[in-house]
Design a protein around this ligand. Structure first.
Ligand SMILES: Cc1cc2nc3c(=O)[nH]c(=O)nc-3n(C[C@H](O)[C@H](O)[C@H](O)COP(=O)(O)O)c2cc1C
Ligand code: SF4
Ligand code: SF4
Length: 257
């Protein structure tokens, strides 16, 4: 069932702390001047981040357990605990951590065991700006010169405006970007790269790191110096504590045959 914040919100519990607006990737939480939540915009994607970071459990979600990774085999807990992280602390991700984080790639399945996955590591904000953000800002400003951005409609217009003004709604100030790529000749290349990235994203959670998938950077990668890739993860240490679980997402099992 898609999470609908307006249906679950218990306004009496709201203290006006503002965390839900901070974590909302869509700017969909509307508040009063005192920070109290009043409504949710229709651009809400139902990710439930407002709910799982709310210290007052205003969205009535199941509680997180703080000590849930005491045993390595608690993999379902790990899957349930994983969230896209877009609020990173200033703590840097060092070389040793990156090496450990990428170890699952060496154990990832590939079609016909073709192997050959490569991961480009962009470590540090200066490199991320130089290779990803600056070229995108330049591109939007260039298109703006020719009034080409006026054709962009709806919520995308606000996104493009923020990029043009240099706001980082692309990598969300992550300290590390990983670009996964499989050789062109691999029959299942894209799938192979996505599987490897998935394994890395889960290991990130187990290591106390956080990540989010970056479809935007992956989409524009062919026009950047980083070159075309099949999956992109932004990684860093989370700056916020999660208090609640999101409810299970909609999916279907069909018994066939
Ligand atoms: C293929 C893919 C591309 C995504 N691209 C972006 C992106 O460009 N920017 C972003 O902030 N989040 C991106 N996300 C994260 C989704 O918004 C997020 O997974 C979804 O809202 C559910 O939240 P959760 O990851 O915490 O479960 C992407 C996720 C996937 C699977
Ligand atoms: S995080 Fe919770 S308590 Fe804080 S403003 Fe949002 S709904 Fe209110
Ligand atoms: S469900 Fe996600 S998109 Fe919707 S208001 Fe909450 S944080 Fe924002």
């Amino acid at each position: 069932m898609l999470f609908k914040p307006e249906q679950r919100f218990i306004s009496e519990r709201c203290t006006g702390c503002g965390i839900c607006s901070e974590v909302c990737p869509e700017d969909a939480v509307k508040t009063t001047d005192s920070g109290h939540v009043v409504s949710f915009a229709s651009i809400c994607i139902g990710c439930a981040h407002c709910g799982c970071y709310c210290p007052s459990n205003c969205f009535d979600l199941p509680k997180e357990q703080d000590d849930k990774f005491s045993q390595e085999d608690q993999i379902q807990s790990l899957f349930e605990y994983r969230r896209s992280i877009r609020k990173f602390s200033d703590k840097l991700v060092d070389e040793a951590v990156v090496n450990s984080l990428l170890e699952p790639v060496g154990f990832a399945p590939t079609g016909q065991n073709a192997q050959g996955i490569s991961v480009d590591v962009i470590l540090g904000r200066e490199r991320i700006h130089r290779l990803i953000l600056n070229p995108l800002v330049k591109l939007t400003r260039f298109l703006d010169c020719f009034r080409l951005l006026s054709f962009v409609a709806g919520p995308a217009r606000g996104i493009v405006r923020k990029i043009r003004e240099g706001e980082d709604i692309i990598t969300w100030k992550a300290p590390c970007v990983l670009l996964f790529r499989a050789p062109m000749m691999n029959v299942t290349g894209k799938t192979d790269a996505v599987i490897a990235a998935t394994m890395v994203s889960i290991k990130a959670e187990a290591m106390g790191l956080g990540s989010f998938w970056n479809g935007v950077v992956q989409m524009v990668s062919p026009i950047l110096r980083v070159k075309k890739c099949h999956a992109v993860l932004c990684v860093g240490y989370p700056s916020l504590k999660k208090y609640q679980h999101v409810p299970a997402r909609e999916w279907t099992r069909r018994d066939i045959g």
